[in-house]
Design a protein around this ligand. Structure first.
Ligand code: PRP
Length: 223
């Protein structure tokens, strides 16, 4: 038989009482948290300048935590977070088994193909594509029937065509500054991207009211 101490029981109760919310660290994260705050789901310590990653509002039973944007959907899919905010780029790349509840209409950008200025795809040889979004790139070129060689990188993708590592890149473009400052240009837009509220499927079943309440308030603030 499995025995728990009373403090373990307390910890477990607290864990399951709280609604865990995964926020994407970085440029989108602060905007997203402010939307939650405006909608009445505040937890002021989230914005403290510390290295802490987990923050709680005991009155509202909310627990926020910062994770890498590309990891949000993993926390949510596996139930470590009941809800989270992930870009459509990440959702299309990893296709996690989660509910997509709301388009937050922030973090807008485009998934694009870009290359050095003047690049022309002659279609004669395999196209070398550098990207963080290998699945999105494969799907896109497979639909076009174009033969490609994927070079999977984890960041600073723009360097690849400059150094001759790839012919093109598939990456998100927001302001276009990174492309411009590296003498690259957009060749094709693949799909638009924005931040989405996602939910774990079983958390949604057991905490429907709480999650719908948050989604509803975020939607109102979003109009
Ligand atoms: C993203 C993306 C581009 C840049 C586009 O990189 O991969 O490099 O932003 O933004 P812009 O159009 O506004 O210039 P990120 O900042 O996430 O860093 P990374 O290169 O390490 O992935």
């Amino acid at each position: 038989m499995c025995r728990f101490t009373s403090s373990e029981k307390e910890d477990w109760k607290k864990l399951s009482d709280f609604l865990n919310i995964a926020l994407p660290k970085g440029r989108l994260g602060e905007k997203v948290y402010k939307m939650f705050e405006k909608a009445g789901f505040e937890c002021p310590s989230v914005l403290d300048d510390t290295r802490k990653l987990i923050f709680e509002n005991p009155e509202k039973k909310l627990r926020y935590f910062w994770v890498k944007p590309s990891d949000v959907s993993i926390y949510v899919e596996r139930g470590a977070a009941a809800i989270g905010i992930a870009g459509k780029d990440i959702l299309l790349e990893y296709e996690p088994d989660v509910y997509e509840l709301l388009d937050l209409n922030i973090g807008k950008c485009d998934m694009c193909v870009a290359a050095k200025k003047g690049f022309f795809d002659e279609n004669r040889k395999t196209l070398r594509v550098a990207t963080k979004f290998s699945n999105c790139a494969k799907r896109y070129y497979s639909a076009k029937g174009r033969d490609i060689d994927i070079i999977h990188l984890n960041g600073s993708i723009e360097i690849a065509p400059i150094l001759g590592l790839s012919d093109v890149i598939v990456d998100i473009v927001e302001t276009g500054t990174t492309l411009k400052e590296n003498n690259l240009e957009v060749i094709e837009k693949i799909f638009p991207v924005s931040a989405r509220l996602i939910a774990n499927k079983s958390s949604f079943k057991f905490k429907t009211d709480m999650i719908e309440n948050i989604a509803g308030h975020l939607e109102v603030k979003n109009d």
